[in-house]
Design a protein around this ligand. Structure first.
Ligand code: SAH
Length: 578
């Protein structure tokens, strides 16, 4: 079963690892989450510090949870969130040795389906407790993708009537119920009705709407009201709406986008053929539907300039015209998954295409089989940015990855430069967003204490894209201004002497005792943090994976004995000057 958000396999101890691996075979996109210190970090995709907070975060973000621990622990952790029951993700407890599978929450989002899948993979019976599910072998209130229940309250009443001995007819195409053990009777008073028509409130019916109606409009004025009126006039339920189609000239119209959100239907666009004088012809809604729909449907002209297409089966919105393309430039943070912001993770989960320097693309994975990755060489930034726009302007959801923050010596500027220098309208229509990340200077500083606690500046020592003379001037001024300095790109094989030159300049204005912090591969395997002084710093201690933070005159360090008997040194810059 395809799910947008892959489940999280949450482990409390290494004892569950073998079971987690078996479940990964069942859900290849699932990530393994391990408790810090209890589960070897290398065995996990994500390391967390506290189970309760972690499970609540997953639950709130709608991530299906497979917790490899006692059911009671899971219940206690998510209990505070259960009072306001909205749409909840599936939550299951699985015994760490794989001997028991207990669906806990998410009856309407397929927890029992997952319980059956997991149980089959582990060769045990699932602990299904939902009466309807046990009796009928399926959850009648959880129709497949492309269908929507008219009323949950009525649905619950209807199922309890069936459990109490009533029988039902099925009207319309409910093929997913073919194998269900429903108490069917041809002339039953009760009916499960599959129809795009609105439910009339008859309590003998369980109405399920196929999302089989597409509305087209030529402009975005009063969209919500016009669509609702058109549906009502034709007796159609708003829940049967599969998509709204507008002309491609409306891409980027925010009012229309909000209207589609309010109507809870994806907004899709149809191509517009040029009219005379190369002006776009004003298309009729009917013509838009003709251009956007792949299969023949009954099309009716509705009042107030709308047209409706009504199909027999659900219409997959992805097949209707095309979406507004998206390009999201994200920062992965320094390396470890727990330092990536949730908005970046969400963008990755929704991406159809992922672009970036090969090392970072790999860091951002694993990806689903339906996602396309386009790793490239580090030096091809402008080409990569243009490629991203080309994909996005074709309607794809593209994510460009950078390490740290995408706006700090990284891809966000290249993407904006590509946009500014393009003249086509297509790229401007792409929904562009930049999601920040934890930059290497911030991650390194946090490890050391708070060396950036007062005024500071960041400088790249790379003279690939700027003259060295500018770098020298900036360092001299920053040193004189007593700013803490964070050096990115301090050295590389092609730039061996620049760091020494930079340090010579700093040393003219700052004492040899000045605190220096070197962070290498922070947040990545083999991370190291070294505290030294300006006098002792040698460029041989630094490579291209190192962040160099040079303290100001007030940056200080002190040591405190740690619990393990070693000294823990802290470096910070006070908030004040004496
Ligand atoms: N956009 C990135 C910076 C890219 S420039 C960010 O915001 O962090 C690349 C430089 O960043 C490297 O040469 C190194 O100086 C620094 N850097 C990146 N990741 C690092 C890490 N995990 N640990 C230490 N320094 C890092």
């Amino acid at each position: 079963m395809a799910r947008l958000t892959p489940p999280a396999l949450v482990m409390l101890g290494s004892g569950a690892l073998a079971t987690a691996r078996r479940l990964q075979a069942c859900y290849p996109d699932a990530r393994v989450h391990g408790l810090r210190g209890r589960v070897e970090a290398q065995a996990c995709n994500i390391v967390y510090d506290e189970l309760g907070a972690h499970l609540r975060e997953l639950y709130t973000s709608g991530t299906p949870i497979i917790a490899l621990c006692a059911a009671g622990i899971v219940i206690r952790c998510v209990a505070p969130l259960l009072a306001n029951k909205g749409a909840e993700p599936p939550v299951l407890a699985v015994a760490e040795d794989g001997s028991a599978v207990v669906p806990l929450l998410g009856g309407l989002t397929g927890v029992n389906v997952m319980a059956r899948e997991i149980a089959a993979a582990l060769g045990v019976p699932p602990a299904i407790t939902t009466s309807g599910e046990l009796r009928f072998g399926t959850c009648v209130l959880n129709p497949p993708e492309g269908y929507a229940l008219a009323s949950l309250a009525q649905g619950k009443r209807f199922v309890s009537d069936l459990l109490a001995g009533e029988s039902t007819r099925v009207e319309g195409d409910a093929h997913w119920l073919d194998d269900a053990q429903l108490p069917r009777a041809e002339h039953a008073q009760r009916a499960i009705r599959i129809t795009p028509r609105v439910w009339n409130g008859n309590t003998d019916e369980l109405v399920i709407h196929p999302r089989s109606v597409v509305v087209a409009l030529a402009d975005g004025e009063d969209t919500v009201q016009r669509v609702r009126e058109a549906l009502a006039a034709h007796g159609l339920s708003p829940l049967a709406l599969a998509a709204i189609v507008a002309p491609a000239t409306c891409i980027g119209d925010e009012t229309l986008a909000h209207a589609a959100e309010t109507l809870d239907a994806p907004l899709r666009f149809a191509p517009v053929v040029p009219g005379g004088d190369d002006l776009p012809a004003r298309p009729t809604p009917r013509a838009l539907l003709g251009a956007a729909l792949q299969s023949n449907c009954a099309i009716v002209d509705a009042a107030s300039g709308l047209a409706l297409a009504i199909a027999d089966q659900p219409i997959d919105a992805h097949t209707v015209g095309r979406a507004r393309g998206q390009l999201t430039v994200i920062g992965l943070g320094p390396g470890s998954a727990d330092l990536m912001v949730p908005a970046a993770r969400a963008a990755l989960a929704q991406a159809t295409d992922i672009l970036g320097y090969a090392t970072y693309v790999e860091m951002a994975g694993p990806f689903r089989a339906d996602q396309r990755v386009h790793p490239t060489d580090n030096r091809e930034e402008m080409q990569r940015a243009r490629h991203a726009f080309e994909l996005a302007s074709g309607g794809r959801r593209v994510v460009m990855v950078s390490s740290g923050d995408p706006g700090v010596f990284a891809m966000a500027s290249a993407v904006l430069e590509a946009l500014e220098t393009s003249d086509g309208r297509d790229w401007a229509d792409v929904e562009l967003a930049i999601v920040p990340g934890v930059s290497a200077a911030l991650a390194t500083a946090a490890q050391a204490g708070a060396p950036l606690g007062h005024d500071f500046c960041v400088l790249s020592l790379s003279d690939n894209l700027k003259p060295w003379s500018i770098i020298e001037t900036r360092i001299a001024h920053a040193a004189q201004a007593d700013l803490v300095m964070a050096f990115y790109n301090p050295v590389s094989r092609a730039r061996p002497w620049q760091l020494d030159k930079a340090l010579d300049i700093v040393r003219t204005a700052r004492a040899p005792e000045t605190k220096v912090v070197l962070g290498r591969d922070i947040g990545r395997p083999g991370a190291s943090l070294v505290t030294t002084t300006l006098g002792e710093l040698r460029s041989a201690d630094v490579d291209m994976r190192t962040m160099v933070i040079i303290g100001s005159s007030t940056t200080r360090g002190f040591a405190r004995p740690s619990a393990r008997g070693t000294q823990r040194e802290w470096v910070y810059t006070p908030r004040w000057y004496r």
